[in-house]
Write a protein that binds this ligand. Structure first.
Ligand code: ADP
Ligand code: MG
Length: 732
């Protein structure tokens, strides 16, 4: 005997060969197999008399085989198996299959069969080509119903999965319900056995939708309970209350070289209000590329530092950390702040002359080894690299601990054990997580791991998004996050002109790029990267493309190469060359963070654009259009699939990141936002996750459940599932 928990290989129903294939898919237990959901369905539920001739429609017919013939077409190494069936309507119909000679053994004259497929008319005969089939006396599994289609792999067909899943389905009655019965009833959800039954073998389209809704609701309920509990945990902590100094902020804003947008004003106000509270802030600044998140973050930092506290800013890569360091040094050039950069390879302190002398005076270190970093030649254009100094790590750490570093910027290096602040009041995290990848580090956890000397408080947390979160989804996050929306672009922006370039137009595009460069601009060339591809092939592909451009296409231009395997110092060197206009073109793989601000770069060319998600392409596009010149984004594609082109067209048509995120959500599902990609939810149930009504219901029920039973003592299966869920995904 076996149960739903049994290993598939111990059930006696799976041969070792199939056992191995299933194992590769991560399907070990009976339960795993039951939760291997269809990726789509074929609707073969319309059973019709042949004589009614539903031409070019997908139908099911049932009839007796009156003729069967197997032909071998030797010359072309093909076999053709044909049958003619006749049903009660006395109309014959021909069905044919290529290269399935074994069908002749089952489909013999006299046998009654059921066939599903698209009916066509060829000369005088009605045809089904390659139809799904089964014996008419068998229960409808592969024909005559809504038929599940599974993700198949070598040696594993949907047909086989259907039979096996059907065999194991009775075990579903052993599963413990997760959704409380009362809630399930209220929202017309199925119980587990029925939900599983209907998701695999739906009676009709309504029952399929209901099954999907059941699983989507369950997922959303878990997400909401988790986020409410996080919020509650978060709110048990204290933070430093920072008084909103209106005059200070006004003065600062008035001195900016531009006027804040209304959205920036409103967001800054929301953040400054949060900072006044002794409850820790947990706020997301949700804005498109170029919407001006940095200055909003800077306003929060300014208020915090002026009140005498420290601020930490964490970026996902060294390149970005460095860039923030430069931006903030510039923004605060008239404030007497000590700003430091700490990453694994750089430890630098901004040392505008007066500031370093302040530093020295205040420091107890006689023999501190600040030294000018001679790697950086004074660049053209007023950049301030020459003012950077490297500093001994130990000294930097002690300055952080003493509180003389006001703003510490860095990568995850900031949460290393030995980094300790004196009075950290605000943590800003630029959450440029890899687009579309499910893992998101727990940001709250990161903020908690920042060590504050006083340790009575935790920092207020401000997160900056890299990809705008669609409005429809923002609600789902509102359980534990407050959201400020930057839905307005600074006025001075010229929209970027985006064009899809088919292979035939490549030369023309290169010529255009060259013209731009000759008129003084610079360009990015972005290469796609297959995620699984080993490091070496990344270097190889990038190097080859680089060579092709440098030697064949633009032999007289200066071209640099940036890929993920370069050492930090090398990356920095290339970046600086590009920034200082020593390079005309920067070739970069997509693993390389190109979140850099080069106003003179006005053209970005993306190879194999169809391989990227829309939001990611939009993100790349945001690298240009940062200066006064008209900018261009050229999407190279070799694909002529209508679907890919349709998708890319979205980018050509709009520059609105929120609209693009919304489209992306519809095309790729919400996994990229929720990080539930590995949850095994079928795509279709995933779509339900964006259903606002469902989100709101789940949110309300999560609240009800936690109010009545905060420790989930009465909801043990829910609690257990939540623990599993927690292991499976990282969601803040
Ligand atoms: P992102 O939201 O992508 O982080 P940034 O903060 O880097 O955007 O801002 C992009 C550019 O726009 C910066 O050069 C910044 O100085 C500029 N900027 C920000 N706010 C405004 C504004 N209100 N008006 C004009 N320019 C602005
Ligand atoms: Mg930014």
């Amino acid at each position: 005997m076996f149960t739903v928990q049994s290993q598939l290989k111990d059930t006696g129903k799976i041969t070792p060969r199939y056992g191995k294939i299933l194992e590769k898919l991560g399907l070990l237990t009976v339960r795993d197999l039951l939760f291997y959901f269809p990726s789509r369905y074929d609707d073969f539920s319309r059973i019709v008399p042949i004589a009614e001739k539903y031409l070019d429609q997908v139908i099911t017919v049932e009839g007796q085989i009156v003729k069967a013939k197997l032909t071998r077409i030797f010359r072309r190494k093909l076999t053709l198996f044909e049958i003619i069936i006749q049903d009660k309507s006395h109309q014959p119909l021909k069905a044919l299959w290529f290269n399935q000679p074994y069908l002749a053994e089952s489909l013999k004259e006299g046998v009654v069969v059921r066939l599903s497929g698209k009916m066509t008319l060829n000369k005088k005969f009605l045809f089904l080509s390659n139809p799904a089939w089964e014996m008419a006396q068998r229960e409808s599994t592969n024909t005559g119903r809504i038929v599940p289609i599974y993700r198949e792999t070598k040696g594993l067909t949907s047909k086989w999965l259907r039979w096996k899943i059907k065999e194991f389905l009775p075990c579903a009655s052993q599963l413990t319900e997760i959704i409380p019965a009362k809630v399930a009833k209220k929202f017309h959800l199925y119980d587990f056995p029925e939900a599983l039954n209907q998701i695999h073998f739906p009676k009709n389209s309504e029952s399929l939708v209901r099954a999907q809704k059941t699983f989507a609701f369950q997922e959303m309920l878990l997400i909401q309970i988790k986020s409410l509990r996080l919020k509650k945990d978060w709110e048990t902590h204290n933070s430093l209350s920072i008084k909103f100094d209106v005059d200070l902020i006004k003065k600062f804003v008035n001195h900016l070289p531009f006027k804040l947008t209304d959205a920036q004003r409103k967001s800054s106000f929301e953040i400054l209000k949060d900072l006044e509270s002794p409850r820790p802030m947990n706020r997301l600044l949700n804005g498109d590329v170029g919407s001006g998140k940095t200055i909003v973050a800077a306003i929060a930092a300014l208020q915090t530092i002026q009140a005498g506290h420290q601020v930490a800013l964490m970026a996902p890569t060294e390149v970005l950390a460095r860039q923030h360091f430069e931006s903030f040094s510039e923004i605060f050039k008239n404030n007497n702040f000590n700003i430091a950069l700490l990453t694994n390879s750089y430890r630098k302190i901004n040392n505008f002359e007066f500031r370093i002398s302040n530093f020295e005076k205040n420091s107890n270190f006689q023999n501190s080894n600040f030294k000018i970093d001679s790697k950086f030649n004074p660049p053209a254009g007023g950049q301030n690299y020459s003012k950077l100094k490297t500093v001994n790590r130990k000294i930097l750490l002690s300055k952080i601990k003493l509180g003389s570093v006001n703003l510490l910027i860095g990568t995850h290096a900031l949460i290393q054990k030995d980094v300790c602040f004196q009075n950290l009041a605000l943590a800003i995290i630029d959450e440029q997580h890899r687009f579309g990848v499910a893992q998101r580090a727990s940001l709250q956890q990161s903020a908690l791991e920042l060590k504050d000397g006083s340790s009575q408080t935790i920092p207020h947390l401000l997160t900056l998004t890299a990809t705008p979160i669609p409005r429809t989804l923002a609600i789902a996050f509102s359980g534990n996050l407050d959201i400020s929306l930057l839905d307005e672009m600074p006025k001075n922006r010229q929209p970027i002109i985006t064009q899809i370039i088919p292979p035939a137009k490549r030369e023309e595009a290169y010529a255009f790029l060259k013209k731009q460069i000759l008129s003084g601009r610079q360009a990015f060339v972005i290469l796609p990267l297959v995620e699984e591809s080993p490091a070496l092939s990344e270097i190889k592909a990038a190097t080859e493309e680089y060579k092709k451009l440098a030697e064949k296409i633009f032999p007289d231009l200066k071209i640099g190469l940036l890929h993920g395997r370069l050492k930090s110092a090398e990356k920095e060197k290339v970046m600086n060359q590009f920034k200082n206009r020593d390079l005309d073109i920067l070739v970069a793989t997509s693993v390389v963070e190109v979140g850099i601000d080069i106003p003179n770069a006005t053209i970005i060319l993306i190879e194999d654009a169809e391989r990227f998600g829309l939001s990611q392409l939009h993100q790349f596009r945001g690298r240009v259009g940062r200066g006064e010149h008209q900018s261009y984004c050229l999407l190279f594609t070799n694909s002529d699939s209508a679907k890919s082109l349709q998708r890319l067209k979205v980018l050509a048509e709009t520059n609105d990141g929120f609209a693009i995120a919304e489209k992306d959500l519809r095309l790729r599902g919400p996994g990229q936002f929720f990080g539930t990609l590995q949850s095994g939810l079928p795509d279709i149930a995933m779509e339900n996750l964006t259903n606002i009504k469902l989100i709101k219901f789940a949110q309300a029920e999560a609240k009800n459940i936690l109010t009545a039973d905060p420790e989930l003592k009465e909801h043990l299966s829910l609690k257990k599932e939540l623990e599993k869920f927690q292991e499976k995904i990282h969601w803040e």
